[in-house]
Design a protein around this ligand. Sequence first.
Ligand SMILES: *[C@@H]1O[C@H](CO)[C@@H](O)[C@H](O)[C@H]1NC(C)=O
Ligand SMILES: *[C@@H]1O[C@H](CO)[C@@H](O)[C@H](O)[C@H]1NC(C)=O
Length: 629
Amino acid sequence: MVLASAFVAQTVYYGVPNAELVVPTLLSGLFKAIAWYFTSKAAQESSWCIAPVIATLAAIINAHLSRSSSEAIAVMGVLACLLAIAQAIGIIPRSSRGRWALWGFAAIPIGFSLYQAAQIRSLSSAAIDGRVHPVESIIEVAKIDFQRLTKRQSREFPQAVAEYKHRYGMEPPPGFEDWFKFAMDNQSPIIDDFNIIYTSIAPFLRLSGQDFTRITADTHRNPDADVWLCTFNGTSKDTSCNHPLRSFDRNTALLFNTLLQNLTRLIPDVSFLVNHLDEPRVLIPPSGGETGQYPFRPEDFTHRPTFDLLTKHCPRQNQQASTARDSPTTRAHHLLPFVRDITAAKDVCRNPSFAKQHGLFLSPISFHLVEGLVPILSTGAPSTMGDIIFPSPAYTVEEDFLYDAAHGMEWEKKRNNLYWAGSTTGGYAAEDAKWKDFHRQRFVALAQGRLGGYQYLRMHNGGLMNMVSGFLNRRLFDVDFTRVFMCAVRACRDEEDYFHAKRWADKDAGLGSRLVFDLDGNGISGRYYKFLASRSAVLKQTVFREWHDDRLVPWVHYIPVSMGMEELPELVLWLTSTKSGQTRAREIADQGREWYEQALRPVDRAVYVYRLLLELARLQDPERVASKG
Ligand SMILES: *[C@@H]1O[C@H](CO)[C@@H](O)[C@H](O)[C@H]1NC(C)=O
Ligand SMILES: *[C@@H]1O[C@H](CO)[C@@H](O)[C@H](O)[C@H]1NC(C)=O
């Protein structure tokens, strides 16, 4: 009866809750109802002074149930509750017989804390420690991959040329020898592995140099294309950018000027188009087919689903393979989809589930697509898109994203949990409830224990098995939204209700946790390097390809997380609560930091951009004829 009326009262007051919110709503409604019942009873016998005390009590219990992120906070919650009860009893006149019954309230937080403690103990005591954990063997393989990567790089020029021809089936671009010397002089750990550049530029070999230049100029002039045209002056090493409508270039020219200031060698003048939006822009038709409509008309897919569009050129057999449920990250060998092959895990064609897992595919904040062979530089793009990839300005010239050693912390002093805080960027939440499927919202809901169906690995009869539990140890996850926006009015309110967004978080708070999560926003996440530098282990989830993909090795420098995140509860439990997991977490944190200092320096980005400019210069050479294919 009380329960029902509480629910009705809540519903009248707050509107119909979402299905997932029914239980918490019922519980908190129940406490409020009981609190009111006691308040009115008590007030009849004493005075209304009791009201605030009991209201406080109810609030404390409510807060305790919804969020006890650490042992200390749980204990404080119980203590606060006991204090409030004692105070209430003190106010009620001695003559009132029922007043001792108030101690009954204490049973709620105490019982809940004991239940939680028991769950946590049973989870961590059954966690799989040692070599049998499947991640251990994945890490061993990854270490060998990384050793191979560093060992195989050319150290002599003729070898670098041979390697280039072998990999990419053509001569290196003019100026390659100077580039090689620049890379060697600056101890670039990577000389040969620039597949991301090759993949970016290869489709444009189908255009002649003159067509390439003409398309570049036409696209720039088209205001709907909304791209900047930047020109690098090989004599002055200066880059200047302009846009047909905009005059404020936040950081594009600054990025190139910062990266290329130290070049002393001869580079030709080069012009290139740059996308200033977070989202990628280009869909290239497959070779052999049409090269796209010309002139290209940009189409606006803002707030619209894009998955079908972005997968329309996927090869057929891939689609069949994925319907056969042996997609790369699923349980071929193991019960949980730990990422083994990062390229396959990010391959949009092989992961049809992405359609309902990422804001970019569900409802991008802005999406101005150009279909055709149009060379536009973007900071990241999913596997099926043809943007030319360059290093995000966030990594080089945006203060907020740069690591400040003053905020660094020793591993031992860091909290043994996973941290993430941020806003609801990544998709536009319309009136429908699709926002629940956006990548950030799915992650936060999971990490806040709002979902259920959490999977853990267990030993059973000498083998591994999967256990499904409704329980997530919230103390291992310090995860919050700090801002709800990019949503329609009703969706904003629903999200606020659902997530209880925190008002503020220090942008460097993550450096205080041993594990930090990093995932896409509207585009790539600019915080990635700060975390890699911070001696915390980075758990990384993304659909975007980036310039560093050839050099960052998953499970060595960072911990990859699948888009579905089914493995995340087990992964975090293992990394925080077992000896072998903790050792691996620290190892990956250290290796990530070390590699950041060796391979993600500003000069490493300069080496990349320099090589990219040489390729672009060759593409726009007016003498170059179109290749067939
Ligand atoms: C490049 O810079 C040099 C030196 O500042 C200048 O003389 C030259 O005109 C510039 N080239 C172009 C194409 O603007
Ligand atoms: C350019 O040189 C300066 C001084 O040696 C150095 O601090 C800076 O990091 C260099 N920039 C790049 C992009 O290599």
